[in-house]
Design a protein around this ligand. Structure first.
Ligand code: S3P
Length: 179
């Protein structure tokens, strides 16, 4: 079976869903943000502050190449990974692409902690909500490139993982006899 690649906006649950999904189907779990942090020895906010976003994107691209070469992996991307067409192409070559979605209030709630997502920091309260809405609108076409999408609002990570498995089965993408 192909890799399963989770794309979607910040706060749509790519990491939590990916962890639950990988465990359920017996795949390894690979998180691109975590790989970037390990590779660079810095947290993402540190990278953005000290090296800038282009450095982060270059490192992210290297991690995409490594991840796309994996076998039987669930890959959680960062919200901006799919801005780069080559990233999408590489991930699609070996994986099925699943977009996770969530409504704005859910995203606001899940991304409320400051100092974690530099792209959203600097925007408070209503402004933060507006910044999310604006970015969601700008990026909507990127997430629409997925093979299918699953809404994660008001659902647990396991419920989302199970919904993904159901759709994989319907599409004939799921190996019978897997965990
Ligand atoms: C980003 C999303 C983050 C992380 C970085 C940039 C983005 O990942 O890669 O802060 O551009 O949307 P999450 O979607 O896992 O928060």
């Amino acid at each position: 079976m192909r890799n399963v690649v989770l794309i979607g906006f910040m706060g749509t649950g790519k990491t939590t869903t990916g962890t639950a999904l990988a465990k359920t189907i017996g795949f390894s779990f690979h998180d691109l943000d975590e790989a970037v942090e390990t590779e660079s020895g810095m947290t993402i906010p540190q990278i953005f502050a000290e090296k800038g976003e282009p450095y982060f994107r270059a490192c992210e691209k290297q991690m995409v190449k490594k991840a796309a070469a994996m076998d039987r992996a669930v890959i959680a991307t960062g919200g901006g990974t799919v801005k780069d067409e080559e990233n999408v192409r590489a991930l699609r070559e070996t994986g099925i692409i699943v977009a996770l979605t969530a409504n704005v209030n859910t995203i606001l709630q899940r991304t409320g902690t400051k100092g974690v997502r530099p792209i959203l920091d600097g925007e408070d309260g209503g402004n933060r909500k507006k910044a999310i809405e604006k970015l969601l609108f700008e990026r909507r076409g990127l997430y629409a490139q997925a093979d299918f999408s699953v809404d994660t609002s008001d659902r647990s990570a396991q419920e989302v993982a199970d919904a993904i498995i159901e759709t994989l089965k319907t599409r004939g993408e799921y190996d019978v006899g897997m965990a």
